[in-house]
Design a protein around this ligand. Sequence first.
Ligand code: HEC
Length: 104
Amino acid sequence: MSPISTQIAPLFRTMNRVLLLLVLPGLFSAQAAANGKILHSQKCMSCHKLEVYQRGNRKVKTLAALKARVSGCARMNRTGWSAQQVQQVIDYLNRSFYKFSVYQ
Ligand code: HEC
């Protein structure tokens, strides 16, 4: 009979993989949001402060509207951001202020 550890080891390997799958996307999006914060402070703070994202009557009500507003503002203000950089700023604003579900 094989020792119990050899029977349990494969189970642990599977569990580790599942855990990695659960944790990695969170790490990537935290990193993206950190980049987004830098990009945002470079190009987006000249007209409004962070209050504009926190005011009670803020305009943006959905994740789709946030995406549209950020890409519109990025283009209008000639940031020269790539699609990935625009997405990082969306991640930053959503994580820090709007908190829309990304699974809608
Ligand atoms: C030239 C000035 C200017 C710059 C630069 C600017 N914005 Fe804005 N933005 C505004 C104004 C003015 C408003 C408020 C409009 C309103 O009250 O309807 C606004 C509102 C917003 C809102 C909506 C806030 C809400 O009510 O929910 C978002 C999101 C936003 N800006 C993102 C950005 C991002 C991202 C950048 C950088 C790429 C940026 N803005 C740069 C002028 C600017």
